[in-house]
Design a protein. Structure first.
Length: 359
């Protein structure tokens, strides 16, 4: 269990000091200059608080807070953030959704989604989307909707949009664009900056691995525990979660491992692990990895270990070396399973090393 505890402690420590998750984009300075480079791509909540940027001709990242720059935008996703301060709120980077006679901005605070509508007179009304919350009265909903109606009274179509139902992102954008078309007396274009989720694809990686190690088994059904050796082969699907935590992957691993006891008997197991892994650069190429999570295994040997499901934890660390667009990795993992009905650990303890290839 010590290796699992060490792995978890290292993982927490490294996540808090992780490197950025870069995407192409640009910042707009307070002097209205545009500078291209790489921007840390994080959640909408974090993006509202900071912009971590490295210019193309720079060697280090610089953290900008609202007010230090006019705004920034990502190239691939098209998300556009501008520095704003409304009423008594603190300054923040608002996500710019629509630029027209009426501007529409959005901010996310955790699970809260807040809209800001700025009309041609510079007046701002704030609207928080609470339609998914069933704890408010219909009267409250009507009052919130009435605030929007008073703000867009010049456009009957915009008023009808509000009365149509839940004010989602799509409905808010439609209302603002309808307002622009009805109120605008010039040929001014209404620009939609809404983020298109189809432009962003979650990165997934397939890995294969093989390895071996040692095992100690002691259950209540055994008079004496035994030590043995094991060998294993398997594959994993790794899902990139860098936007939510720098360098993080979610892993789903399936494997077979066979255990040979001292008397040369073999127990065959199938294993499924789910957990997270963090990758942290050591230098320009080599990365240090830490991972951990839940482990499930079962044996298809009749009568062995109670002939049931073993549940436990795993944790480990390793090194990863890129090979063009792929990678070779070495890992050392510790696992501890329980064979009872609950999460009792210690019946099966494994320490193993693996070598693998990520496609």
């Amino acid at each position: 269990m010590k290796i699992i505890s060490i792995a978890i402690a290292l993982f927490v420590s490294l996540v808090t000091n992780a490197q950025v998750n870069p995407k192409e984009g640009f910042i707009i300075t307070n002097e209205k200059d545009t500078i291209y480079g790489m921007i840390e791509y994080r959640t909408n909540h974090i993006n509202a608080q900071q912009c971590v940027f490295k210019a193309n001709d720079a060697s280090e990242y610089v953290k900008y807070v609202p007010g230090k720059i006019l705004g920034y935008r990502f190239k691939e996703s098209g998300k556009f953030y501008v520095s704003k301060k409304f009423d008594n709120d603190e300054a923040f980077f608002a996500e710019f959704l629509v630029d027209g006679i009426m501007n529409l901005y959005r901010r996310e605070k955790g699970f809260r989604k807040i809209y800001y509508l700025e009309n041609e007179e510079g007046k701002v009304v704030q609207y928080e989307n609470l339609d998914g919350d069933m704890n408010y009265e219909q009267r409250t909903a009507n009052m919130r909707a009435q605030k929007l109606v008073q703000h867009v009274y010049k456009s009957q179509r915009a008023i009808d949009d509000i009365k149509a139902g839940e004010m989602s992102d799509k409905q808010m954008i439609k209302m603002v664009r309808d307002y622009h078309e009805d109120v605008c007396t010039s040929n001014e274009e209404c620009i939609k900056y809404e983020y298109d989720t189809k432009k962003e694809k979650t990165k997934c990686y397939l890995s294969v691995f093989a390895g071996g190690g040692g095992v100690y088994i002691k259950t209540s059904e055994m008079e004496h525990g035994f030590r043995g050796n094991l060998f294993s082969v398997g594959a994993s699907l790794d899902i990139d979660l860098s936007r939510y935590a720098n360098g993080m992957l979610f892993q789903i691993m399936g494997s077979y491992f066979g255990i040979k006891s001292e008397n040369e008997e073999t127990l065959n197991f199938l294993e499924l692990n789910t957990g997270v892994m963090g990758r942290f650069p050591i230098n320009n190429k080599l990365k240090f990895t830490v991972r951990g999570g839940l482990a499930f295994s079962t044996t298809f040997e009749h009568g062995a270990l109670g002939y049931g499901l073993c549940k436990g934890l795993y944790g480990g660390c390793g090194l990863e070396l890129p090979v063009q667009k792929h990678a070779v990795f070495l890992n050392v993992d510790g696992k501890s399973f329980g064979t009872g009905d609950f999460w009792g650990l210690g019946d099966i303890n494994i320490l193993q090393g693996t070598i693998g290839f990520r496609f």
